[in-house]
Design a protein around this ligand. Structure first.
Ligand code: ADP
Ligand code: MG
Length: 337
C-alpha cells in the first residue's frame, strides 16, 4: 500500500503558519502590511491581552471584491504579483499569498470588507475551516479580527513570552511601520489604552516625535544622500542622544522594514569615534533603490533581504551620516534647536 499522501490544506496551512506567524506581532505586521498595500490612509490597530485574545485591524483601503474574499484565504493566492518577472520587481509589501490562510489556520478570524462599490462581504474562518460568508456593510475598507491566536497549536502558545514582551514586540513593529509611512494615520491601542497615534500628515519628524518624544526628536538631524543606484534619507540622532541597543535603528528599504546587519553597521560607522562604547544612535533610514537590486524572497516573514551592491550602499550611508554629523559639530550647541 502506498505510504505517501498529500497533506490536507488545513494541515499544510498550519505548517506554513509556523513560519509566517511566529507570534502576535507577526500577525499585526502581516495585516498592517496588507492594509498599506491596499492604499489605506487610516489604519487602526486594536489589541487585547498582548494580541493573544484579539487583534483587530481596521483600514479604509481598497477593500476586496465579493468574489475574491474566499480566494484571499487560499494558500499562495495573491492579487499582487502574477508573473515570474513581477517577483523580481516587487513593489508591494506582500506577494507570497500566505498571511491570511496561515493566520486563519491558527485563530478565529472574521473579515469584513467592501470596495465601496457594492455591498460588502463578511467571512468567518476558524482553524482553517470556513464557517460562513454573508453580505456586510458598504463602508469602503477592511476590518479583520483575529481572536484566540494559536488556540489549536498548544506548542506555539506555550512558546509565547510574557504579555509585556509580546506587547513590546507589537509596539516595536507598529512604530516601525508608522515611521515607514508618515502619510498614513495610525492608531494603536492595547486593552482600550491608546499607545500610539500619528497624524498621517506626512512629516517623518512628527512621527519620530510621537514615538521617541518631542525633546528627543529635537536631538535628531535629517540627512540625504544619493549615488547612481541608491537614494537615502531620514533622521539620525546627535551623539548626545543614544541608546544601549542597536534596535532603535530602523532601516526601511523601498518602504519595507528590514533587518540588515550591514546597513545598521554602516550607520554606526558614520559616527566614527563619536559614540561611547556600548551606545548606539537612534535612526530612521529610508533607502530607495531599483527593486531589481533587492531580493525580498529570502524568508517567509520578508524581513531579511539580499541587496546587490550592498557595500556601495554601506559606503553611501557611512559617508552621508559622517558628513551631516560633522556639520552639526561646527554649530555651537547654544544656537542649536
Ligand atoms: P499577500 O499580501 O502576500 O498577497 P495575503 O494572504 O496577506 O497575501 O492576502 C491575500 C490577498 O488578500 C491580497 O493579495 C489582497 O488582494 C487581499 N487583502 C488582504 N488584506 C487586505 C486588505 N486589508 N485590504 C484589501 N485587500 C486585502
Ligand atoms: Mg499580505
Amino acid at each position: 500500500m502506498a505510504k505517501i499522501h498529500e497533506l490536507s490544506d488545513v494541515l499544510a496551512d498550519q505548517i506554513a503558519a509556523g513560519e509566517v506567524v511566529e507570534r502576535p506581532a507577526s500577525v499585526v505586521k502581516e495585516l498592517v502590511e496588507n492594509a498599506i498595500d491596499a492604499h489605506s490612509t487610516q489604519i487602526d490597530i486594536l489589541v487585547e491581552q498582548a494580541g493573544l485574545k484579539s487583534i483587530e485591524i481596521v483600514d479604509n483601503g481598497d477593500g476586496i471584491e465579493n468574489e475574491d474574499v474566499a480566494m484571499a484565504f487560499q494558500r499562495h493566492a495573491t492579487s499582487k504579483i502574477t508573473t515570474r518577472e513581477d517577483l523580481f520587481k516587487v513593489r508591494s509589501l506582500g506577494f507570497r499569498g500566505e498571511a491570511l490562510p496561515s493566520i486563519a489556520s491558527v485563530a478565529d478570524v472574521i473579515l469584513q470588507t467592501s470596495t465601496g462599490q457594492q455591498t460588502g462581504t463578511q467571512i468567518h474562518i476558524k482553524g482553517g475551516v470556513q464557517l460562513e460568508q454573508l453580505p456586510a456593510a458598504l463602508r469602503k475598507g477592511t476590518d479583520i479580527s483575529v481572536k484566540d491566536l494559536f488556540y489549536n497549536t498548544p506548542a506555539r502558545l506555550k512558546y509565547m513570552k510574557s504579555p509585556q514582551t509580546e506587547l513590546a514586540n507589537i509596539t516595536d513593529i507598529v512604530n516601525r511601520l508608522a515611521l515607514s509611512y508618515p502619510n498614513i494615520a495610525f492608531t494603536l491601542s492595547h486593552d482600550g489604552r491608546e499607545l500610539l497615534r500619528t497624524s498621517g500628515r506626512g512629516s517623518l519628524q512628527q512621527v519620530i516625535a510621537g514615538i521617541y518624544g518631542v525633546q528627543n526628536a529635537r536631538k535628531m538631524v535629517s540627512f540625504h544622500g544619493a549615488d547612481v543606484d541608491f537614494e537615502i534619507s531620514g533622521y539620525t540622532s546627535l551623539p548626545e542622544f543614544t541608546r544601549a541597543s542597536r534596535q532603535y535603528i530602523s532601516v526601511l528599504l523601498n518602504g519595507r522594514y528590514v533587518k540588515n546587519f550591514q546597513i545598521t553597521k554602516a550607520i554606526i560607522e558614520g559616527y566614527g569615534s563619536k559614540l561611547m562604547v556600548g551606545r548606539y544612535p537612534v535612526a530612521v533610514v529610508n533607502v530607495k533603490m531599483d527593486p531589481l537590486l533587492v531580493d525580498v524572497n529570502v524568508h517567509p516573514a520578508k524581513q531579511e533581504v539580499r541587496i546587490s551592491q550592498e557595500s556601495q550602499l554601506q559606503k553611501l550611508i557611512t559617508t552621508t551620516i559622517f558628513k551631516v554629523l560633522s556639520k552639526e559639530n561646527l554649530i555651537p550647541s547654544a544656537v542649536k534647536n
